[in-house]
Design a protein around this ligand. Sequence first.
Ligand SMILES: C[S@@+](CC[C@H](N)C(=O)[O-])C[C@H]1O[C@@H](n2cnc3c(N)ncnc32)[C@H](O)[C@@H]1O
Length: 359
Amino acid sequence: MATIEEPVAIDLKKLEAFVFRAVDEVGATLNTALVVMGDKLGLYRALTEAGALTPAELAERTGTAERYVREWLNAQAAGGYVEYDPESGRYTLPPEQALALTDSESPAYLPGFFQIALGSVNDSPRITEAARTGDGFGWHEHVHDVFEGCERFFRPGYNANLLPAWLPALDGVVEKLERGALVADVGCGHGSSTILMAKAFPNSSFVGSDYHDGSIETARARAQEAGVADRVRFEIAPAAAYPGEGYDLVTMFDCLHDMGDPAGAARHVRETLAPDGTWMIVEPAAGDRVEDNLNPVGRAYYGFSTLLCTPASLSQEVGLALGAQAGEARIRDVVVGSGFSRFRRAAETPFNLVFEARP
Ligand SMILES: C[S@@+](CC[C@H](N)C(=O)[O-])C[C@H]1O[C@@H](n2cnc3c(N)ncnc32)[C@H](O)[C@@H]1O
């Protein structure tokens, strides 16, 4: 029997609210590029150093074109990033914004977050095509802003948490590192976590590895600059075949879920770990159920997961595609299913979960 469909009732107030929310979101999307522009052109740094400036003064100080700078400043003022004084025609970067946008030592440092987001959006036409076919898109295929943004985004969190909180949360690991331990940092990217540990534990030796040759080249240069090249080696290798054995500590920072075959990687960790060794897995904060992650942090991570992590995993053998919001239960399944008898959540922050696995 044919059915007559009732027209869906539209709540005009809700529609209007959604449209205005979209205006804000489009402004925010464009602001991602504007923040990267301000970072790369030194506009935030100049405002931090000089205080209130006119567009002409800011352009003069940064060697940029006044007309662009004026428009950029107005967009920044409309978004609450800078303050505008109509009387003097000057713009100021408030101290909180100055800290978050210019102090690379601050845990609140933000430019890398915007840079990796911009790089991800930049590559989105390729991901859109991949979504039609189910093909993957490898980490190594992205634009440079993804690699550099990733390094600059994660480093402040590692600086704030790794030495004071995450390593001490692991059973007996800091003592081993102080005495002299062998460490593998797998999927190390530009090596910021490897170098941070190498600086803190001069008696230990570190092997950073990543399948992406460009990242390893940068990591080697970073180790030279940091003066730790004597105790850090960087190797191009997939996680299922990184070199060496007898490791006291294997670390994976925000990369297990990016791998096509995380179980294969886990088995290799099991084989290369010393009998009483420790595997530390740092993953994005996430609950086990979709509904646990429907919040601003989950939104950003599901976004990165759609554009970066899921295609990266699908581009590799097995293509398990755990996603950036895998959550503890799925990570536990991979780890325990690969021969580890102990697994626990050792630490957490609003952005990360830190797991300890032991043979
Ligand atoms: C989100 S980035 C994290 C990089 C680094 N650990 C950090 O915290 O800055 C993920 C990294 O995992 C690496 N990766 C992905 N799949 C891999 C695999 N199968 N073997 C080794 N590295 C892999 C990528 O090349 C990339 O450098």
